[in-house]
Ligand binder design. Structure first.
Ligand code: CAA
Length: 390
């Protein structure tokens, strides 16, 4: 039985910051951000968007009435959870009006959470071929104003519908995963900003990639020439390129050219959104599929997932016939073109805004947020959400 990605949705908040303007205000050469790091724009979430609403908005575009009945498992990968106890998946389940006979859980391992969710979903579909699993990867990447991580922030979510006989990509069975306890990036429970050892995190990202890629080749007999494209977890777009460069020499000239061209396509969306942690690899896949017209059914895509701390996994999928008809290209182009640019001072103000932590009531102005699903405020220590379409 084929199991894999049947639908792939995406959402980013409607505000963004131009990286050249951020560079100017930080007295940095803009080329460092746009070329050295490889980011053009950074999505900025208003107070009315959190990990729950971003994910729910991403899912809204892909889930139809039939899916709502068939989904019996919601897996929410995030490292920006809104509650230490209740899973973000339960909120999304309610906001979307899904079948009540469903499991709903949150999965955490830095940027690896959604990949763990997909692999779990695959096992679930194997046991229950008629069901569908909604896997969400949703995050807000925050390092702080004037930090070296600032240029690698972002916000957004992906929603993946995993099913049997998928329309977009069938996941292959062979994969290699690796865990090792390292402190390259973490966020203690008392902090709303991540801590990163930038140099170590870059080194470990590459080291984990080399490790799982070499193991994968040894286990499967596959080689670089068997791949039409490689997608990477993209904390910033230069990072995946650094990893790809380490293996490019293994391919023929044609293959090298194809992989480099497809790598570029796989980074276009991420360049304009920034790091979305758990969803980042799947945003890269989406960017590839929606920007490239020389891929075809049967093409093998390699996927490198990396969650600091750290867990890495290399797995693969095969594109399905007619996959192009199951993408939401127009909606995503509209999403990007309708965003509003904000100034650096506006971004800084939004960045410093926080919700009350003393149980007091706050009502947020959702009229300025075009998203269908918003956070409307806090009351009695409870987040209040609305689906404007209901
Ligand atoms: N023109 C062109 N390029 C320039 C330049 C200029 N004027 N000035 C600098 N550069 C280049 C540098 O040469 C460098 O390129 P290389 O990496 O290819 O050598 C690049 O710009 C970045 O410069 P620095 O290394 O000096 O940048 P930095 O130290 O200020 O910070 C960072 C970079 C470490 C990525 C930092 O933003 C950071 O800590 N980010 C958060 C951690 C992170 O994203 N780590 C990635 C791996 S971990 C992971 O993947 C999990 C996750 O999602 C967090």
């Amino acid at each position: 039985m084929k199991i894999g990605i049947d639908k792939l949705g995406f959402y980013a908040p409607h505000l963004y910051l131009d990286m050249t303007k951020l560079a100017d205000s930080r007295n940095v050469d803009p080329d460092k951000f746009t070329i050295g790091i490889g980011q053009d724009k950074m999505a900025v979430p208003p107070m009315t968007q959190d990990a729950v609403t971003l994910a729910a908005n991403a899912a809204l575009e892909i889930v139809d009435e039939t899916d709502k009945e068939a989904i019996d498992f919601v897996i929410f990968g995030t490292e920006t959870g809104v509650d230490s106890s209740k899973s973000a998946a339960v909120y999304v389940h309610e906001l979307l009006g899904l079948n009540p006979y469903a499991r709903a859980i949150e999965v955490k391992q830095a940027c690896y959470g959604a990949t763990a969710g997909i692999q779990m979903a695959k096992g679930h579909i194997m046991m229950n071929p008629d069901s569908k699993v909604l896997v969400l990867g949703s995050d807000i990447a925050r390092y702080g104003l004037n930090t070296s991580g600032e240029a690698t922030q972002g916000a957004g979510a992906v929603a993946l519908l995993i099913s049997a006989d998928p329309h977009i990509m069938a996941l292959e069975d062979q994969s290699v995963y690796f865990t090792s306890d390292i402190m390259d990036f973490w966020r203690p429970v008392y902090s709303d900003k991540a801590f990163a050892d930038g140099k170590l995190s870059n080194e470990q990202y590459i080291a984990f990639f080399s490790n799982v890629w070499e193991q994968y080749k040894a286990k499967t007999g596959m080689e670089l020439n068997d791949f039409a494209a490689m997608c990477y977890h993209l904390p910033y777009t230069k990072m995946g390129y650094k990893a790809l460069k380490t293996i490019l020499d293994d391919g023929t000239d044609d293959v090298q050219e194809r992989l480099l061209a497809n790598y570029k396509q796989s980074t276009e969306y991420n360049r304009d959104v920034g790091n979305i942690y758990t969803g980042s690899l799947y945003l890269s896949l989406l960017s590839l599929l929606e920007q490239t017209d020389d891929l075809k059914a049967g093409d093998r895509i390699g996927m490198y997932s990396y969650g600091s701390g750290a867990v890495g996994e290399f797995f693969t999928g095969l594109l399905q016939p007619g996959y192009q008809e199951h993408l939401y290209v127009e909606q995503h182009h509209r999403l990007f073109s309708s965003r509003t640019e904000i100034t650096v001072p506006e971004y800084e103000t939004i960045f410093e805004e926080t919700l009350p932590t003393d149980g007091s009531t706050v009502e947020l102005d959702i009229d300025r947020d075009p998203a269908d699903i918003c956070l409307t405020g806090m009351a009695d220590d409870k987040r209040q959400y609305v689906n404007k379409l209901k």
